[in-house]
Design a protein around this ligand. Structure first.
Ligand SMILES: [Zn+2]
Length: 789
């Protein structure tokens, strides 16, 4: 389907950047129907569905060529099908329909880069705006279409793809894949076609393997000439085309998955001068020769070329020697065998052992063989002959992790129930192998897990099944790629757009690198294609301390806002499950929960945490503050204003801070402003120090404290405080115009504030005096600041 590449160019060519611009500009906006799906996500999904369906009909059903102009118009109409929603959000308009005015407003900036579609084919978009509007207005049946009612257009036949794209995408989001499939079925049954295929699988617990299998399934389906994949969730695939036998599909997946995974991931043995073993190589279903090669390369590089344990690095390792290395490793390291048939070998080994000791002899002996190469050739060959068979036996897995996981994904008939002592500590399935990962492990080797009852002795290791062991290796690889050392302090962030993602792979002939490359740097706009291709992204990250974790939460939330994705944060090695919330933290820390930053429902709710983090970041900036993000465990007005005054008073008139208070702490802030206004009326405008500006407030609090400590009744207390405040104000007020009313208003508003905020008692008042004074100072300055403008 070489022709279909035209389509790829129209949407996912990095020179055009349309998806990137959609994500950038509409990423942080709530979707039209579903607030927990970004508008960007809905637009891209709709566009992909519409284009995929179009491509299928054009190329498969009609065997026609794809017309550049037609594709540009269709793409533009799909991208702009919710343009009113976008314009409403961007310009604070309120349009229910897509009319000419909305479209003109959009084209003032052309944020999604639609014009480039036409520039690329040397056409002027002005000639097609009417057609685009015509199609947009007919995408939703309820759109009023007056503007274009009289228009005669050559593109009427594109209406179906606009409607199908939008309605299938919306149905899937709201009601699941079944509902989207039904919509398509009713469309095609009207045309007498039986071509809608909806495949269902069992999602598996190991996320990276799950994602790799679903990509492999899509790739296999797509290889059939008459099939077009529309999209997938993590356990469903929707495509148009020929039905495939499930058993056949499964067989091909078994062939292809190990290839795909090993193309993308490197499987490494565990190499150390004192201990070397096969690591995950023992378990993965790779070709034997490949495994030997990997083992030799890694050992040769890490220990012989780089040198270790007193062995000087070798500049060169001859190929013949390299080929013998796996057998040497088997004899010396795996079996710990120190008996040799060849006399020279035996003598050398014993000599080195006497000199270097029991441990170092292993590496030094192998290095000695290399040193004496090629004279040592016969000795080494003899070892190879003796160990070749056993080595190959070792490297052939008893249970193939790939096959096991594919069986699970395709739905095993019988699931073997096993006793606790034979369970995988991660997934609970049958496990034979002990879990031994040494120091750097996501779970420590010897501590007991929740699945293994702590009844055994300390020598009881956990067990791990071949599938989890495979997943472990994949996750460890992802970690190493990011310089994150596998350990119990590693967490992962799953980024994804929606449960269902429209397929971008249609337009590529061979295996798309982007599809297998989940590494896509989210900061790189050219990687948007990569961003969209996998079912979800997994980013392991190291957690240093609580502040570090909060910083990570901030970064993740910023990405969500930038790209319109959703994210789940949690422990490494957990199942990927989509959520209704756009942000979901499986193990939030206390401060996060108090702030309400553990779960975020939709994109508009993302604004508060992002603004909070920005403000805290600004306050901390240049102040050398360690742990800024865990200093405040709530964003109450008094505490936040106090925090700013104490740490960075320069922020006192900061617009973002004021707008934060106005948006999220409106009531408290307004009440404190009222107090400040009363203080201002009573005490006049003070230009000098903070001390002077807050003097009357502090004295009021002091007077309240004294009255309270004397146990005065409410009436006597007020009388006493009025008196104190009045005389204090009179001392300062040069014009001498202090009235009883001003005093009472001021004092009463303070008392009211304290009562409402549960601070009107001796202990609390004395604890909070400074913070209250600082927040008064904040409000006072903001009145003055506003006054001076
Ligand atoms: Zn397991």
């Amino acid at each position: 389907m070489a022709e279909a590449k035209v389509l790829e160019k129209s949407l996912f060519d990095s020179k055009i950047d349309i998806p990137q611009k959609i994500l950038e500009n509409a990423g942080g906006m709530d979707g039209k129907y579903n607030e927990n799906i970004s508008l960007a996500s809905h637009i891209v999904n709709t566009t992909l569905l519409g284009l995929n369906i179009y491509a299928y009909e054009k190329l498969v059903l009609k065997s026609e060529r794809i017309d550049d102009k037609e594709v540009s118009i269709l793409t533009a109409s799909l991208v702009l099908h919710d343009v009113n929603k976008y314009i409403n959000e961007k310009h604070d308009w309120d349009r229910d329909e897509n009319d000419e005015e909305v479209l003109d407003k959009y084209f003032e900036d052309d944020d999604f880069g639609v014009k480039t579609l036409f520039n690329q084919i040397d056409e002027d978009i002005e000639d097609y705006k009417d057609n685009i509007l015509f199609l947009i207005q007919r995408t939703e049946i309820n759109d009023r279409s007056q503007d274009t009612r009289g228009l005669s257009t050559d593109f009427r036949h594109l209406i179906d793809y606009c409607r199908l794209g939008d309605s299938v995408a919306s149905r899937i989001t709201n009601q699941g894949l079944d509902s989207g499939a039904e919509k398509l079925e009713s469309h095609y049954s009207g045309l007498d076609f039986d071509n809608v295929r909806h495949l269902k699988f069992d999602a598996i617990q190991q996320p990276i393997l799950n994602r790799s299998i679903i990509s492999t399934v899509k790739e296999i389906i797509e290889e059939e000439e008459d099939n077009v994949v529309l999209g997938s969730s993590s356990d469903e695939v929707l495509y148009l085309g020929e039905e495939m036998e499930r058993a056949d599909l499964k067989e091909v997946v078994k062939e292809e998955l190990p290839k795909n995974v090993s193309e993308r991931y490197e499987f490494k043995p565990k190499i150390g001068w004192n201990a070397t073993d096969y690591g995950v190589l023992e378990e993965v279903g790779l070709e034997l020769e490949d495994k030997k090669k990997i083992l030799a390369e890694e050992f040769g590089q890490d220990l012989l070329k780089d040198g270790s344990a007193g062995v000087e690095g070798f500049e060169n390792i001859p190929e013949e020697f390299r080929e013998l290395l796996p057998s040497l490793i088997k004899k010396i390291y795996i079996d710990g065998d120190s008996e040799f048939e060849n006399n020279t070998s035996q003598e050398r080994f014993d000599e080195i052992k006497n000199e270097k000791g029991n441990q170092k002899v292993k590496l030094h002996f192998i290095a000695d063989l290399l040193d004496r190469w090629p004279e040592s050739q016969e000795e080494a060959k003899l070892i190879q002959e003796n160990y070749k068979e056993e080595l190959e036996e070792d490297l052939t897995p008893d249970v193939n992790g790939f096959e096991t996981v594919i069986d699970r994904f395709f739905g095993e008939k019988d699931i073997e129930i096993v006793g606790k002592e034979d369970q995988c500590f991660v997934c609970g399935r049958k496990a034979e192998k002990q879990y031994q990962k040494g120091q750097n492990a996501f779970y420590s080797t010897q501590s007991f897990s929740r699945r293994v009852a702590p009844s055994g002795s300390w020598s009881d290791y956990k067990k791990i099944c071949p599938v989890c062991n495979l997943e472990y290796a994949l996750l460890a690889y992802e970690c190493n790629q990011r310089d994150v050392s596998p350990g119990s302090d590693v967490e992962v962030a799953y980024f994804y757009f929606d449960d269902f993602i429209g397929d971008v792979k249609l337009y590529v002939d061979s295996v798309s690198e982007a599809l297998e490359d989940e590494d896509a740097d989210l900061d790189d706009p050219d990687a948007v294609r990569d961003l969209w291709a996998p079912q979800f992204h997994i980013q392991p990250f190291y957690i240093g301390d609580k502040n570090h974790r909060m910083r990570r939460v901030r970064e993740v939330m910023e990405k969500l806002n930038d790209f319109g994705m959703k994210a789940i944060l949690g422990k490494a090695f957990t199942r990927f499950e989509t959520h209704n919330n756009i942000f979901y933290d499986e193990k939030p820390i206390r401060v996060q929960k108090n702030l309400g930053f553990d779960v975020v429902d939709d994109y508009s709710d993302l604004e508060r945490p992002l603004a909070f983090f920005d403000i805290i970041g600004s306050i901390a900036a240049g102040k050398n503050m360690s742990n800024p993000y865990i200093q405040l465990d709530n964003d109450d007005f008094v505490e936040m204003a106090d925090f700013m005054v104490v740490n960075n008073e320069k922020m006192i008139l900061n617009e973002d801070l004021r707008s934060y208070f106005e948006s999220y702490r409106g009531e408290e802030f307004m009440e404190m402003q009222k107090i400040a206004e009363n203080g201002f009326k009573l005490f006049g405008k003070q230009f000098n120090s903070k001390h002077k500006k807050t003097k009357i407030f502090r004295e009021t609090i002091d007077a309240l404290l004294i009255s309270k400590s004397q146990g005065l009744s409410e009436q006597n207390l007020r009388t006493h405080v009025y008196g104190q405040v009045k005389s204090s104000a009179e001392r300062e007020d040069y014009a001498g115009k202090v009235t009883e009313e001003q005093v009472e208003n001021f004092v009463d508003s303070i008392i009211e504030y304290l009562k409402e905020n549960n601070l009107y008692e001796l202990k609390k008042l004395s604890d909070w005096e400074n913070a209250l004074t600082n927040s008064y100072y904040y409000a006072y300055e903001n009145i003055l600041g506003g006054d001076q403008k």
